[in-house]
Design a binder for this molecule. Structure first.
Ligand code: NCD
Length: 304
């Protein structure tokens, strides 16, 4: 039986202390001599059934830096596109030697079901609208880099919360580090059930902004349905886009995050995305050490 500590399906499976430990290890990974493993051949399988740029590439970079090897499935040109199940695909990767499997799928339970059935350590690289644990960790690491500690800090998550797996994982990661989380969204993008997770819900960005230490702007998930019953993008942009005029309402120390991909000029203007308060490039860079730490754990390597 595999130790359950090797899987990462949702951050809520981890105690806050385990989240801190992973972030500490990610921080150490930045200064490790690479590749970390020189005298073993370890394979990691990657199955991306939904599009990805940052997540898939930084997993590959993390695998390289560890000294492991990727077995990367091309979902469109593999038997996956002939109807082979995800489990059969994962078993194939395991038979070839994958000791860990990274999976992104539109079905929010796919990673859980693979974790239950595979000997490999399973890492969820984004499941439906439910969880994106490595994104939650890299966003938390970016805020730790900025503030040292999140105790007493307030983080706003703004936009299409309803369909955001990033928001759900960010909430767990930020709260584990002691932050207060405010979800800012119009009614049609708000998820009221999340108030049970101890977050605050707010509908007006201009009211929330002056109280925030950091803000995570979300993309409208058009590929997951319409979402806005009024279908009025102009109103959304007017009330929720982070632009320079709106930024003037915030504390001068506010930092701006976005998980990418951005729809420039919709949820965020280029002036803000590329401006001095943006930590968006830092988020992408932090994806590599975070995924090194998560892969090390998934491969059952002792962490030092
Ligand atoms: C996000 C995702 O795929 O959930 N992107 C990412 O992994 N950085 C966010 C999004 O698609 O909007």
């Amino acid at each position: 039986m595999k130790s359950i500590d090797r899987d990462l399906v949702e951050l809520s499976d981890l105690a806050p202390e385990a989240i801190r430990t992973l972030l500490h290890r990610a921080d150490q990974m930045r200064t490790q001599q690479v590749p970390l493993w020189r005298d073993s051949v370890r394979h990691v399988g990657l199955i991306f059934a939904e599009p990805s740029t940052r997540t898939s590439l930084s997993f590959i970079a993390a695998i390289d830096r560890l000294g492991a090897y990727p077995l990367q499935l091309d979902a469109e040109n593999s038997s996956f596109s002939k109807g082979e199940t995800l489990l059969d695909t994962a078993s194939t990767l395991e038979s070839i030697g994958a000791e860990s499997i990274v999976v992104r799928d539109g079905n929010e339970m796919s990673a859980r079901s693979l974790a239950d059935q595979c000997d490999a350590g399973v890492i969820n690289a984004g499941g439906g609208t439910r969880a994106h644990p490595t994104q939650g960790l890299l966003d938390a690491l970016t805020l730790l880099d900025e503030f040292g500690d999140l105790e007493g800090k307030t983080v706003g998550i703004v936009g299409d919360v309803l369909r955001s797996r990033v928001a759900r994982s960010d909430i767990v990661a930020f709260q584990a580090l002691g932050a207060r989380v405010v979800l800012v969204a119009p009614d049609y993008f708000q998820d009221k059930t999340l108030s049970e997770a101890g977050v605050e819900l707010e509908s007006k960005l201009d009211d929330a902004l002056p109280h925030l230490d950091a803000i995570q702007m979300l993309r409208i998930q058009k590929e997951r349905g319409d979402g806005d019953p009024e279908n009025n993008l102009q109103n959304y942009v007017r009330d929720y886009r982070l632009d320079e005029r709106r930024l003037a309402l915030a504390r001068p120390s506010l930092v701006v995050l976005h998980p990418g991909p951005m729809n420039r000029e919709v949820e965020i203007t280029s002036g803000v995305a590329d401006g001095p308060r943006s930590r968006i490039r830092q988020q992408v860079a932090n994806g590599v050490p975070v995924r090194m730490a998560v892969l090390e754990r998934a491969l059952g390597q002792a962490s030092g």
